[in-house]
Write a protein that binds this ligand. Structure first.
Ligand code: FE2
Ligand code: FE2
Length: 167
């Protein structure tokens, strides 16, 4: 692909990805405010933005087979842990931005877990297997991601277990 077009599609992927998340969160807010039909509009638009983002990703040849995708995912998590969030944490601390520092710290801890889980998946798929069927739990406040027992509260942020999502 020609460089300028590639740059445009990368920008479009980033923008649509953000809109997907933003509209989804806006939809949750509208639901809480007792506006279910506005919520429906936000969730429909969020899904449409995901369609666009997935299309741009495909145009960029950003989807491979699962072994390739796992390596890409692992690489992204590793970058976030070793460079991006490590550097962002230092900036937030330097500037005394407590809320940002906390959000960065929670994300950094979860990315470490994601990297480890991807490593398990890379090993499994490399050996010709799927991952084990163990449920994977996520804290809906901090993103803590783990397999195994469900404690009463999140072990990172104390959020109660009823707010965990299991996959
Ligand atoms: Fe992650
Ligand atoms: Fe948490």
């Amino acid at each position: 692909m020609k460089k300028m077009t590639e740059s445009c599609i990368k920008d479009a992927l980033a923008g649509e990805s953000q809109a997907h998340v933003k509209y989804s969160v806006f939809g949750e807010k509208a639901t809480k405010e007792g506006l279910p039909n506005v919520a429906r509009l936000f969730h429909a638009a969020s899904f449409a933005e995901r369609v666009h983002a997935a299309r741009h990703l495909a145009v960029l040849s950003g989807v491979g087979d699962t072994a390739t995708n796992l390596q890409a995912a692992r690489g992204g998590e590793n970058f976030e842990v070793e460079e991006m969030y490590a550097a962002f944490a230092a900036v937030a601390a330097l500037q005394g931005e407590a809320d940002a520092a906390k959000a960065i710290d929670h994300a950094l801890k979860a990315e470490v877990e994601h990297r480890a889980l991807y490593d398990l998946a890379i090993a499994a798929v490399g050996a010709g297997n799927d991952l084990t069927a163990d449920p994977i739990h996520v804290c809906s406040y901090c993103g803590h991601t783990w397999t195994g027992d469900i404690p009463d509260k999140c072990q990172i942020c104390d959020t109660p277990s009823k707010l965990f999502h299991t996959f």
